[in-house]
Design a protein around this ligand. Structure first.
Ligand code: ZN
Length: 404
């Protein structure tokens, strides 16, 4: 599939309007170049709002092969293990899984979530992930993983070997997929009649309220609230029966979905969410969001410039995808932020896309202590500060984007 502009809504096929937010042309946030002189492919990054089903989405789709086949993210970079243990136990309890249940994780990454399910719930776990390097890690750890994009072929292979399944999970994947209708039809086919599908997605309301526009990057095609999803699953004879708030990525939701033949009663949380997000169904809120981020980017950049002009060295901490959007859109490069420290060995020695800022390991800090750290993974602020306090004796100054 080639990269392409879209002009119809992903969910309801209505013609899309003009974007309410344009971040210009940016390189894919997770393609970290190995040299800072390497020319990078850049693509438009714009958000549009569908007046009919209320979905917020990108109007340009980058060929997924360019984004996902050698993904440099792995669970180790997110310090996510405890989150996954809680996740496995919570989901098992809500839907009543047993040690005979069969579970599939789509976008299973290096298999960490499935490892938690295997240890605490049921040994019958299957991963699907298109990243060769990550699927290899999972298979080496005895988590059976199909290295491919989830498709009807995958459904056939899994159901021939394991039959229909009790649970399908897709965390931070649903927002990445262009054809979610086809994906969901395949998921429906693989699920037992009383099976459950669980997704975790960053919740649009948090992004709009806090102004965290750095969650916008080419991998994230959709920015979900519950309203469009409710409409979407209904069209496919499925329903959302429970919603939980979780803290990942600055505020996400865990959504439980079943076929209309499912056995779970509809929890009050569904109605509560639909009621409290009515303001998201009008384009005005997005125009206000646009103004807000323009002024917050100006403030952020001016703050860095004034610190730099006083002769201080500024470093970044962590190089998540959102750092590429934040620094790329703000036109911040290695003249302002000299280097970024990241614990993920896959990222070290590379550069943050579009900025020419080198990524180094913690060892580098032994001989180079910056005057200021910008915490680019602001959602991990506490963990990062604690870690740096242990590593560096000197008192450090921090700048945390989006925190007032
Ligand atoms: Zn729509």
């Amino acid at each position: 599939m080639k990269s392409h502009q879209i002009n119809k809504c992903r969910i309801c096929k209505t013609n899309l309007n003009e974007p309410f937010l344009s971040l210009g042309y940016l390189p894919p946030a997770n393609n970290l170049p190995q040299n800072n002189y390497e020319p990078e492919d850049k693509y438009p990054l714009e958000l549009v709002f569908c007046n009919k089903c209320k979905l917020v989405q990108l109007n340009y789709v980058v060929n997924p092969e360019k984004l996902f086949t050698n993904y440099l993210y792995s669970s180790t970079s997110g310090m996510l293990e405890n989150h996954f243990i809680d996740y496995a136990k919570n989901v098992a309890q809500v839907i009543g899984l047993t040690q005979n249940s069969v579970l599939v994780d789509i976008g299973s990454n290096d298999g960490l979530l499935l490892e938690c399910f295997k240890k605490h719930i049921s040994p019958n776990v299957i991963g699907v992930d298109p990243s060769i390097n990550l699927a290899d890690i999972a298979n080496l750890n005895n988590i059976k993983t199909y290295c491919e994009f989830f498709s009807y072929q995958t459904v056939k292979k899994i159901s021939e070997e394991f039959g229909k399944v009790d649970l399908i999970t897709a965390n931070n994947v649903f927002a990445h997929i262009e054809d979610i209708t086809n994906l969901t039809i395949n998921i429906r086919t693989l699920l037992k009649d009383n099976g459950v599908f669980v997704i975790e997605v960053p919740y649009l309301n948090n992004m709009i309220e806090i102004g965290t526009f750095d969650l916008v990057y080419h991998e994230h095609l959709s920015y979900f609230s519950i309203t469009p999803l409710h409409y979407f699953f209904d069209k496919l004879k499925m329903n959302i029966f429970k919603i939980e708030k979780i803290s990942t990525h600055g505020g996400s939701v865990r959504i439980f979905i079943q076929k209309n033949t499912g056995i779970h009663p509809i929890d009050n949380s569904v109605k509560t969410y639909l009621n409290k997000e009515k303001h998201l169904n009008n384009v005005n809120v997005y125009q206000i969001f646009n103004k807000k981020i323009k002024s917050s980017v100006d403030n952020f950049k001016n703050q860095l410039i004034s610190i730099r002009n006083q002769g201080n060295v500024i470093a970044g901490y962590a190089a998540p995808a959102k750092a590429s959007t934040l620094l790329g859109y703000s036109n911040i490069d290695n003249n302002l932020i000299e280097y970024i420290v990241d614990d993920n060995p896959l990222k070290q020695g590379r550069f943050l896309p579009g900025t020419g800022i080198p990524i180094v390991n913690t060892e580098f800090l032994k001989n180079n202590i910056p005057d200021y750290f910008v915490i680019l993974a602001w959602n991990l602020e506490k963990i990062i500060k604690k870690k740096l306090k242990k590593t560096i004796a000197k008192r450090l100054n921090y700048i945390v984007p989006f925190v007032k």
